[in-house]
Design a protein around this ligand. Structure first.
Ligand code: PBG
Length: 327
């Protein structure tokens, strides 16, 4: 055949394939989501997320050190309080579970970078992401409480806060309160493009945070929409978000690319609990090759344009990167 251009020429050997690789990954961009709870000696496996656990504070440092040793530099902390109430007061309590976890973690494993999820659904008795006014979440009252929550996290040692509630104006409210209290340099990573998604199912079991009535569609985004995600991302950047997150990752990679083109701040993507659960379940049945699937999913997130990747597979990915199986 008479062909000058033969794409296969660049696929002939591993050294060459690696040389021309377009997407390169680094462990420093991984963030591991971690659940902390009250109690002692607890390392409780999350039923729908085999291999993921809820840790009590005495066990936590051991897990954090393991992550640090694996080269996962950052964690995202989620708290499960002992008691929940109407106004989610555990979220902004001085001795709340995340606040206590931060103090302990910073003292015992200071090398990690600590990000906190700022939301109220784990702390409210009704499971919604804010305070209620009738059957609806009161946006502006919730923003004030979210800002209080973020401030208390930072005061307890958080290096970065990540609001995941999807209230309007919360990034601005958090930025203002942090600045007023002298935390001008603490970054905000906004879950800006967050869809109302069935992919969060296992997380809600893990955090015991499923809404007691209704759903989250009056605040999280409709998954049919794309341009609306750009609106959310731009608004949050205007309000002072330093990093914009798209969530879930796998079904929303188009949004990662679009957001990356629309904003000039770093873009993060979160492979959520349902993505993890699907891979794990199929792997446990022997139906897929877990390692290869995890690597492909990670590469697709970076290829789409994310610079930061939140995943329950962070520790495994760090190892795969070390071993040169992905990277
Ligand atoms: C809190 C929050 C959720 C997740 C992250 N932060 C749950 C939700 O919005 O229902 C989901 C994470 C995951 O599924 O892994 N609002």
């Amino acid at each position: 055949m008479d062909m000058v251009k033969r794409p296969r020429r660049l696929r002939g050997n591993e050294t060459l394939r690696k040389m021309v690789r377009e997407t390169r990954m680094d462990k420093s961009s991984l963030i591991y989501p971690l659940f902390v709870q009250e109690g002692e000696g607890i390392r409780e496996e999350i039923p729908s997320m085999p291999g993921q656990y809820r840790y009590s504070l005495d066990i936590l440092p051991e897990k954090l050190s393991q992550l640090a040793d694996a080269g996962v530099g950052s964690v995202m902390l989620f708290g499960i309080p002992a008691v929940k109430d109407e106004v989610g007061s555990g979220a902004y309590a001085e001795d709340g579970i995340v606040q206590k976890a931060l103090r302990k973690a910073k003292a015992e494993v200071p090398d990690l970078y600590y990000i906190t999820d700022v939301c109220m659904c784990e702390y409210t008795s009704h499971g919604h992401c804010g305070v209620l006014c009738g059957q609806d979440v009161d946006n502006d009252k919730t923003c004030a409480l979210l800002a209080r929550t973020a401030l208390s996290h930072v005061q307890a040692g958080a290096d970065m806060v990540a609001p995941s509630d999807m209230m309007d104006g919360r990034v601005g409210a958090i930025r203002a309160l942090l600045d007023e209290n002298g935390y001008r340099n603490t970054p905000i990573m906004s879950y800006a493009v967050k869809y109302a998604s069935a992919f969060y199912g296992p997380f809600r079991e893990a955090a015991d945070s499923a809404p007691a009535f209704g759903d989250r569609r009056s605040y999280q985004m409709d998954f049919h929409n794309s341009r609306e995600g750009i609106k959310e991302a731009l608004l949050d950047v205007e309000e002072g978000a330093d990093i914009i997150m798209v969530k879930p990752a796998m079904s929303f990679l188009d949004m990662v690319t679009k957001v990356r083109d629309a904003v000039s701040v770093p873009v993060a993507a979160y492979s959520v609990s349902g993505e993890y659960a699907m891979v794990k379940a199929a792997a446990m049945k022997g139906w897929i090759d877990e390692e290869r699937i995890v690597c492909e999913m990670a590469a697709s997130v970076y290829r789409a344009g994310a610079q930061i990747y939140l995943t329950y597979y962070a520790e495994e990915l760090a190892r795969f990167m070390d071993e040169g199986r992905i990277g």
